[in-house]
Ligand binder design. Structure first.
Ligand SMILES: [Zn+2]
Length: 273
């Protein structure tokens, strides 16, 4: 079955895809992926990110590709003040759909080091300010820092919404993000029956606040992983498996879930059609 799908979080610009990006883009389109977002993480990749978007949009029979530049919290040690200036320049010069991915991450102990965590907060706030100035939604990366992200969004009076990508929080946190106008990004993790917390969040929040993403080259759906346990590259071609997993989790049919998450994606990204 074919449903129009929106891959709201990809790193399809990274070198993992250099050998066959064009073929994969065309396969993704044939599988229903009408649109995708290319998301930033370090300033050093901004030129390639932009070049990839331009190249993809020159292809026939490929998804329409959007740009979301941003400085990722996990790469905090690499970010410099001039990278924020470069980000602003891109927001002025290019057609950008959002600022991303930005947020806070304390998953590993080293990220929690006070000085580094303070730097994460500083870059997060600076980028929220840019998003406000250029009137863009934001694509959030949050691991073990949901309360702090919520607090900063409120303090900064950020009202443009966006997507909390690869959502890993609990039910109360999920509801708080929805209340602030965010959709929750669902990855291939939903294909894992053992991802109990995620299934509970999905059941509680409901399809009206969810969007799909591959987060490629990571987060490969269970069905597409190699049995030898080696890391399998995820690609936008696998997005229909995420839809399938979400529909199964919700106990709903794929057609109605597809239609709803498409509409949610447009709303979260402030697209009219
Ligand atoms: Zn990402």
């Amino acid at each position: 079955m074919y449903f129009p799908l929106f891959d709201t979080h990809t790193h399809f610009d990274v070198p993992d895809f250099d050998p066959d990006r064009k073929e994969l883009a065309q396969q993704a389109k044939a599988a229903g992926v009408e649109r995708l977002i290319l998301i930033g993480f370090t300033e050093s990749r901004f030129s390639d990110l932009i070049a990839t978007q331009h190249e993809l949009n020159l292809l026939n029979n490929a998804p329409l590709s959007y740009l979301a530049p941003g400085l990722h919290p996990v790469y905090i040690e690499q970010h410099k003040p001039e990278h924020l200036q470069r980000l602003e320049q891109i927001l002025k010069q290019e057609s950008c759909i959002a600022v991303g991915e930005i947020g806070l991450d304390t998953f590993l102990p080293q990220y929690k080091q006070p000085e580094l965590y303070q730097k994460q907060k500083h870059y997060f706030i600076e980028q929220l300010t840019l998003a406000k100035v250029y009137h863009k939604p934001v694509l959030l990366h949050i691991r073990k820092a949901h309360a702090d992200v919520l607090q900063i969004l409120k303090q900064q009076r950020f009202q443009l919404g966006g997507i909390a990508h690869a959502f890993s929080g609990g039910i109360e946190e999920a509801k708080a993000f929805v209340q602030l106008g965010f959709k929750l990004g669902i990855t291939g993790q939903i294909t894992n029956p053992n991802a109990k917390k995620l299934h509970r969040v999905v059941a509680e929040v409901g399809v009206e606040h969810l969007v799909l993403e591959t987060d490629c080259p990571d987060m490969t759906p269970l069905c597409c992983q190699q049995s030898n346990g080696q890391r399998t590259r995820n690609t936008p071609v696998n997005l229909p498996y995420v839809l399938q997993g979400l529909a199964t989790s919700l106990g709903d049919d794929e057609a109605s879930v597809a239609a709803k998450v498409w509409e949610n994606s447009l709303n979260a990204l402030r697209l009219t059609h």
